[in-house]
Design a protein around this ligand. Structure first.
Ligand code: 5GP
Ligand code: ZN
Length: 113
């Protein structure tokens, strides 16, 4: 997907501050952080978003969540953090390559806006 921003980050064509990488997923700092820790965890496979994901993507989605938990442990924000998939434009999804937000390092309000 040459016109996909996150595919281009995976390909190394657009720089990003990587915090975690394995065979299936990549994690990097959000360019416009909304909390002291704001990491995006993405599958290396191009999946448009959660509502487009198929049963075959279930493990990948789980791997994103487990990578988030590992990063949270490493960044010592386990006191309270949040993982979020924004699904669709109405929820603020602006990049159409599945990505999990990991937010932490400050008090997180509920319900979110
Ligand atoms: P969404 O709004 O789709 O849930 O999240 C997209 C996220 O990608 C936003 O938080 C935005 O700040 C981040 N983002 C957009 N462009 C770039 C970029 O070029 N590099 C990085 N690291 N993050 C980006
Ligand atoms: Zn992509």
């Amino acid at each position: 997907m040459s016109d996909c921003l996150f595919c281009n980050i995976i390909a190394g064509k657009i720089p990003a501050k990587k915090v975690y990488e394995d065979e299936q997923v990549l994690a990097f700092n959000d360019i416009d952080p909304q909390a002291p820790t704001h990491v995006l965890i993405i599958p290396k496979k191009h999946v448009v978003g959660l509502k487009e994901a198929q049963a075959e993507d279930a493990e990948l989605i789980g791997q994103c969540q487990l990578a988030a938990a590992a990063i949270a442990r490493e960044q010592k924000i386990e006191d309270g953090y949040r993982t979020v998939f924004n699904v669709g434009r109405g929820a603020g999804q602006s990049v159409f390559h599945l990505h999990l937000h990991l937010l932490g390092g400050r008090k997180l309000n509920w319900p979110p806006g």
